[in-house]
Structures are given as structure tokens and as C-alpha cells.
Design a binder for this molecule. Sequence first.
Ligand code: HEM
Length: 403
Amino acid sequence: MTTALARFDRWIRNEFVEHNTKLEEAYFAERREVLDGRPELDRIKRALVAEGDHLIGGILAEDALPVPEREKYQLLGMVGYHLAACRRHESAAADAAALSAAWSLALRLGSSLGVAPRFVFAHQAMYNPAVGGRFQTFTSLEDEAVFLTNNGLGVFAYQRAAAAVHRITAIGVSSPFSGHLLEAARVALDEVLRFNQVLANSLDVDRFFFNVRPYFKSHRVGNAEYRGVNAGDFSAINELDVLLGLTSLRDPFYQNVLTEKYAYVTPEDQTRLRAIGSEEPLLAQFLREAEAAPNPQLTRNAQLFLDVCRAHGAAYTYHHHKLVLPFLVEPAKTAPPGRLSALTSSGPPLDVVVSGLSHLADLRSARDRPGKPSARHSLDRLRELISVHPGDDHRAPLTSSAE
Ligand code: HEM
């Protein structure tokens, strides 16, 4: 017997995608974010709302929600896709009555998992089960797949970098093993940059602006409005920031970044976010050991550490200058004034979001800005301390000093 959940899953992968794609092609033909009052398009919008509502109502009626946390989280993502598409098409029919089944199921799943009752970035990458080689998408447009794939690959690479850096806390910064781990972290961060470059070079600016980004907007679930999706809703990047020593929880701006994303990450990332700041940052450890007892292994590792910091800054500065500015800020300049307020996913006006992102880019690249916290001075001090061993080549085999 086919369950209501299986029927919903099949619909999300088929008719849902067809409806959205037809609407997107019509909008794109006129380079408009949305079109209203066109009978043939309004029919599709109504079908999307009604079919989703009917199928989700079926899941509630069966009252057989999945028990494993992962499956609950995946179902939340699917219900969230439906809600996000209704919001994206600004469907007149998508009022409280038509969405009440989806709201009810999303709220139930969200409160059981302790997360925002909407789809988030993790539903598109880490929790997006593929069937027959295809993961769930809103449309069958190539640009959506390009965007999701490179975003996801970038986040997985950030997670690899964070995992490597974490392991150093148990063995110390002068361990020969730490050199290997730092090298692994630097390679992973170079990959983040590479995926961002592929994205910047293959994503079409107009397709992203008109047909991909609008699904990521804030929307209501029940009585509350939940902010939209962004690819930054995972903890690894923040684990790296703080553990490397480039940012600090004592900085109210940065503390706010962490607190704000808490409800929008996966349950396991919530645990990781809570643990941030519980270990001494590597930069502080390197400084302490370099002041007290410099040695060749420490010097080599410190040079590798500086490479990791450089790679982290480079990847994020690229995000700012080659993704945020050309794919969002530039096209926004020609958007009708009435639509500007809905451009960012977090809700504040675009210039406020962009200035926050620029501040993060400064922190991650340790740029010295008067009156603002920066790791620049400490990194320069470390560089000075390790330059007492100018003959050391940090790319020499790391096993040499352990022999
Ligand atoms: C066309 C591609 C992209 C655009 C236009 C873009 C734009 C943005 C914007 C506007 C925000 C702020 C969201 C808000 O508060 O409203 C943001 C946040 C963020 N994005 Fe992207 N992004 C893109 C791709 C990526 C990719 C591929 C990654 C990572 C691999 C990424 C990582 C982040 C991170 C980590 C944040 C959260 C802020 C932070 O902690 O740094 N983004 N992005």
C-alpha cells in the first residue's frame, strides 16, 4: 500500500517541479520576478497550492509521522518546499485556510526537532535524498542544480576543514600530526574557493535572480514569520572562525551572527554551535608556545596555520566580491523599488545585510579596521615570532622532525 508520505514525496519530485518550472519560464520570458492576473498561470498556482494541501492533509490524516529524527527532518524540508513555493509565487489562493495543513505539519515537526518550522539550506544539501540520481529541487532548471550542487559541495568542504582543525585541540599545535591536519584544512578551504569559482563562472545572473533566489524568502508559518534560507546556515564556518582565532565570542556582532542562525541549522549543528568557544583558539596556542619554547615543528605548523587562515579569508572574500555583489547587489539596482524589501533572506534591507557580510569578510581575512576587532595584530606577532627560524621550509615532509 502506498502511504500518504510516499505520495507526497512522488509529487514533490514530479508535478511540483513541473508546476514551478512552467511558472519560472513564464516569469523569465518577461524578466519579471512574478506575474499576476494571467489566467493560465493562476491556474497552475492554484493547482500547486491545492495539490500540496491535499497530500499534506493526507499525511496528517494517516497520523503516521516518521520516528527517526533524520526522516522527520527530511519531511520538514519537503513540507517547507511546498510553503516556500506558495510564498515565491505570491499565490493569491495561498491564504491561511489553504496552508493550514502544511503549517500544522511543519509546526509539529519543527517543535519536535527544536528547529525553525521551515525548509533551510540543510534540506537542500545535507538532507536531500536523491532518487534515481536526482535530488529534490523546486524546478528542473539547470541553474538551480548548478547553484545547489556547488553550494552543497562548498559546505561539505567547510565541514572537512572544521573537522581537521577540531582534531588539533586534542593533540596540540606543535604535534607533527597537527601539520597534516592543517594541510588537510587548507586543501579543503582551497576547494571551497574552487567551488565558489565554479559557481560564479557557471551560474547565470538573471536566472539566479529571477528563478532561484525567490524560493529562499522569509515566510509565515502559523502566526510567525521565519526568515529565509541562506547557504551560511551551517556551523562549520563559525567553528573555523573561532577555533582558528579569527573571531571571538566576546565580539557582540559575531555573537549575534551565531545566535541568529541557531534555529536554522540542523539539530546536530545546533550542538556544534553551542560548543563553539569551549576550546582555546589555535592562534592563542601558537602564540603562547612560540613565546615560551619555539621549535622547528612548531614553526612549520605555524606557517601551515597561517596558510589555513589565508585560505579561509580568500574563500570568504571571494563569496563577498564574486557572489554576493554580482548575483544580488548588482541586479537589485534595476529591481522595481516595491520589490527591494524582499531581496534578502534574513529580512533586513539589502545594504544592512551586505555591510554585515563585508564585516564578516574583514574578520575572516583579518583586515585591520580602526575601532573593529581583528586578529591582524596577533597574526603579525606570530609571523614575527616564527621568523626566528627563516631556514625552515614548512612544505618539507612533516615527518622529518618526528624521526
Ligand atoms: C550566488 C551565490 C551566492 C549568493 C548570491 C550568496 C549571498 C549571500 C547573502 C546575501 C547572504 C546573507 C544572507 C542574509 O542575511 O540575508 C549570505 C550568507 C552566507 N553565505 Fe552566501 N551566497 C552565495 C553562495 C554561497 C556559497 C556557495 C557559500 C558557501 C560555500 C556561501 C556561504 C555563506 C555563508 C557562510 C553565509 C552566512 C554569513 C556568514 O556566516 O558568513 N554562500 N550569502
